[in-house]
Structures are given as structure tokens and as C-alpha cells.
Design a protein around this ligand. Structure first.
Ligand code: NAP
Ligand code: GCO
Length: 264
């Protein structure tokens, strides 16, 4: 059984994997035998990631590359192929969020979120699919969200992008499944990371942020998730164990999407 979860000898490219969810996913893949490559848009984030991998005893290569720049991404894929090997596993993890009421949001801000969270995964996937086809298959995992299914105040751009990413996932599966490419999504629930830190900030009197209490009441597990909660599910989607799973979104949310929420 261990073999079907092994990534021995595989090259895994996890975008934005300097910390948080992407880092935990890359760490799981390294522990399963994969060679890790990641990119971020800024050198300081890449350096932060490299230091974290080194501390954990993981050999990882990090590059500066903005996932919205098609030419840069194509160049990065060539570099990864030369320096590490052709990409067997791509995780589209890099993402941004802007929490702004829709009527106060500039179209340019909306577009940037769509660019990073939806067009970025399109560009990165497009850059690796031809070589996956040539080599007989591959795995693409898109990091979706609760907002692939649900809306809420202030996240119109993010929800539009993550809803779109769910459908890009299904379309890649539909279009390239015949080449033994599996494209699935992983949908984290509310995970305690830097991205969600403002939603968990303590109030001046030391009590929980109202959004923090709201999430606890909305989650049957009665807690926020951790990046480590994503490790097993993300490994499943990258390994031979999921070779007949395609176009699926695996929500890792402590049960949020199944639950109406605790009665006040
Ligand atoms: P995060 O704070 O969203 O960090 C994302 C990483 O992406 C950073 O390393 C960042 O580095 C990189 N990045 C951002 N824009 C980029 C670009 N244009 N090109 C290349 N890299 C870029 O981390 P996270 O909270 O762990 O989230 C990771 C993913 O999970 C995101 O897609 C997020 O939407 C999704 N997610 C998060 C939660 C949660 O509760 N935290 C829940 C569901 C889904 P640079 O700043 O240097 O570019
Ligand atoms: C928000 C959150 C979410 C989460 C996550 C949920 O403001 O509602 O930041 O968007 O980060 O994506 O799955």
C-alpha cells in the first residue's frame, strides 16, 4: 500500500510554497520522495521559503517568478526541466485575496485577483501539460477555497476567481484526462495562516474576533484548520492512489460545507 502513496523520483512544482498551505503541501511531497521546486513573485519570499526548507532538512529549489507573466512562467518551466527534471506534479497554490466591499472595489483590483488566482493557474498548467502528455501523464492540483462554493461580504473577486478555478479544474480534467493527466482541486476550509490572520485578531478586550467565533460556530470540528491538515489529502491527489480520480474538488474544511452552523 505504501507504494501507491509514493512520489519517489517525481518533480513537484508548488507555486507560492514559501510558507502556509503551499509549504505544508510541498513538505508532504518531499517526505513522500519528491523533488521540490517553488516560486514566488518576490525575492524576499523565496529566501524565506528556502530558509524554511533548509531548516526542515528538505532540498528545495526556489525561483522568483510571477505566475501572471506567461513568458516568465514558460522560462521557469524550462529551467525546472533542466535543473531538476520535467514537472510531474503541479500545485497551483499561489494566490491573493482583497477584502473590499464590491461597490468600493476598483475594476483594476478585481482584475489583479482574477489574474493571480485564476489566470495564473491557467498559465502554469498550460506550460506543463504538453510535456505531461509526451511523458504519459501527470498530476495538477488547484488550490480552491470555500469561496469556490460560497459567497460572503467583501470577497467578490476572490470568490469569482476560486469559483472559476473549480471549473478550470473540471475542464482540464475533461480535456486532458485521456492523456492520463489528473487535474483535481483541493478546497481548504478556514485555515490558520497569515492570509486569515486579520480574521482571527484578538479584540482590544482580549476576546475572540467576531469572525473567529463565527468560523468556530460554522465548523463541525469547532476549530480552524492548520496547513498540516492539507498534507494527507494533497498527497493523495498527487500520488498513484488517485489515478482514477479526475475533476474532483476535495474539500478539507472540517465539515463547513455540510453544516448549517451552530444555532446561536
Ligand atoms: P498566502 O498568504 O496566500 O501566500 C501565497 C504565496 O503565494 C506567497 O508565497 C506569495 O509570495 C505567493 N504569490 C502571491 N502572488 C503571487 C504571484 N503573482 N506569483 C507568484 N507567487 C505569488 O498563503 P496561504 O494562506 O497558505 O494560501 C495559499 C493558497 O491557499 C492561496 O491560493 C489561498 O487563496 C488558498 N486558500 C487559503 C485559505 C486559508 O484559510 N489560508 C483557505 C482556502 C484557500 P509573494 O508574495 O512573494 O508573491
Ligand atoms: C475570507 C477568507 C477566505 C479563506 C479561504 C476559505 O476572507 O473569507 O480569507 O477566503 O481564506 O479561502 O476557504
Amino acid at each position: 500500500m505504501q507504494d501507491i502513496f509514493s512520489l519517489k523520483g517525481k518533480t513537484a512544482w508548488v507555486t507560492g510554497a514559501a510558507y502556509g498551505i503551499g509549504y505544508a503541501i510541498a513538505k508532504a511531497y518531499a517526505e513522500a520522495g519528491a523533488k521540490i521546486v517553488f516560486n514566488c513573485s518576490r525575492q524576499e519570499t523565496v529566501d524565506r521559503g528556502l530558509a524554511a526548507y533548509e531548516k526542515d532538512g528538505i532540498e528545495a529549489k526556489g525561483y522568483v517568478c510571477d505566475v501572471t507573466d506567461e513568458k516568465e512562467v514558460a522560462k521557469l518551466v524550462d529551467t525546472i526541466t533542466e535543473e531538476t527534471g520535467p514537472v510531474d506534479i503541479l500545485v497551483n497554490n499561489a494566490g491573493i485575496i482583497r477584502r473590499i466591499p464590491m461597490t468600493e472595489m476598483e475594476a483594476e483590483e478585481f482584475k489583479r485577483v482574477i489574474d493571480v488566482d485564476l489566470i495564473g493557474p491557467f498559465i502554469a498548467s498550460k506550460a506543463v501539460i504538453p510535456s505531461m502528455i509526451e511523458r504519459g501523464g501527470g498530476k495538477i492540483i488547484n488550490v480552491c477555497s470555500m469561496m469556490s462554493e460560497l459567497g460572503r461580504e467583501t470577497v467578490s473577486a476572490y470568490a469569482s476567481a476560486k469559483g472559476g478555478l473549480k471549473m478550470l479544474t473540471r475542464n482540464i480534467a475533461s480535456e486532458y484526462g485521456k492523456y492520463n493527466i489528473q487535474c483535481n482541486g483541493i478546497g481548504p476550509g478556514y485555515i490558520a495562516t497569515e492570509q486569515t490572520a486579520p480574521l482571527r485578531e484578538r479584540q482590544p478586550d482580549g476576546s475572540r474576533h467576531p469572525f473567529d467565533s463565527f468560523i468556530i460556530a460554522k465548523t463541525p470540528a469547532e476549530r480552524w484548520g492548520t496547513p498540516e491538515d492539507l498534507m494527507g489529502p494533497a498527497l493523495f491527489l498527487a500520488s498513484p492512489a488517485s489515478d482514477f480520480v479526475n475533476g474532483h474538488i476535495l474539500y478539507v474544511d472540517g465539515g463547513i460545507l455540510a453544516y448549517i452552523g451552530k444555532q446561536p
